[in-house]
Design a protein. Structure first.
Length: 266
């Protein structure tokens, strides 16, 4: 517990100044985090089945291109360069033919990496884009993930009796999920109207927050399912007491991706 607390303090000391400063320094920090996250995503599979080194290199290159696509935008409009998408599919799928051996590299491996690179590339570039346009909005999204996770844990411990998906995450309960969502709606809606915008109808903000809060919790379960599939407790031991980057960002990533559906409203 002590290591976990110290690690959390260190993360906050590093992250909060970067978040406030924004700009190139924040973008670079997010880029480094995205590389570490991709490394964990590749390594958890690599421990079960070796992935060729040049495929790993391609993964880091394409992730970089995906993040760079939106790093210079100053408006809340997300886009993807189709040339990068074409390179993504070609680079991963062609080697499945060249290898002629599913034990070395298969279509399943290719689509696992395609999904991971797209998943991380889009979410991390969104993180950069939102920070460059509206700091308060980004804090709102982080707040949803943090409040949801915190109160789901508290309520689940206090009154949780009905397990959600015990095979994937034994400690998560329906009571915890409802509690986390309710508190996220309260805190998130108040914060949004105080610091982001007071013109959007309260009911609309509540619906958006509800959706993102539920998505955050199922995002957590998705990453737990990946770990279970590969027989791992954490994605890595990079952060003492917390696991890896993906263990900390699982719900945040899904909140960022879910927010795409509401970007036109802000």
């Amino acid at each position: 517990m002590k290591k976990r607390f110290i690690s959390a303090i260190i993360m906050l000391v590093v992250f909060i100044p970067l978040l406030i400063l924004g700009g190139s320094l924040f973008n670079f920090g997010v880029y480094i985090v995205s590389l570490l996250a991709l490394r964990e995503f590749i390594n958890i599979k690599n421990d079960k089945k070796y992935i060729p080194s040049f495929i790993k290199l391609i993964s880091y290159i394409i992730l970089t291109l995906l993040i760079l696509t939106n790093s210079q935008l100053k408006e809340l409009t997300f886009s993807i360069d189709y040339r990068v998408l074409a390179a993504l599919f070609i680079s991963y799928l062609l080697p499945t033919v060249l290898y002629h051996d599913r034990e070395k590299y298969s279509v399943n491996d290719a689509f696992y990496l395609i999904g991971g690179v797209l998943f991380l590339g889009i979410s991390m570039s969104l993180l950069i884009l939102i920070r460059s346009t509206n700091l308060a909005l980004l804090v709102y999204l982080f707040l949803i993930a943090i409040i949801t996770d915190t109160y789901a844990y508290i309520v689940g411990n206090l009154i949780g009796k009905h397990k959600m998906l015990e095979v994937i995450s034994p400690k998560k309960t329906w009571e915890g999920m409802i509690g986390g969502t309710v508190f996220a709606i309260i805190f998130g809606t108040v914060f949004f109207h105080l610091f982001v915008s007071n013109t959007m109808p309260v009911f609309a903000v509540m619906i958006i927050t509800l959706f993102l809060s539920i998505l955050a919790q199922f995002g957590d379960l998705v990453f737990s399912a990946i770990k279970r599939y590969f027989g791992k407790k954490d994605f890595s031991n990079l952060i003492s007491g917390h696991g890896g980057v993906l263990d900390r960002l699982d719900s945040v990533i899904f909140v960022l991706l879910g927010f795409i559906f509401f970007m036109f409203l802000i």
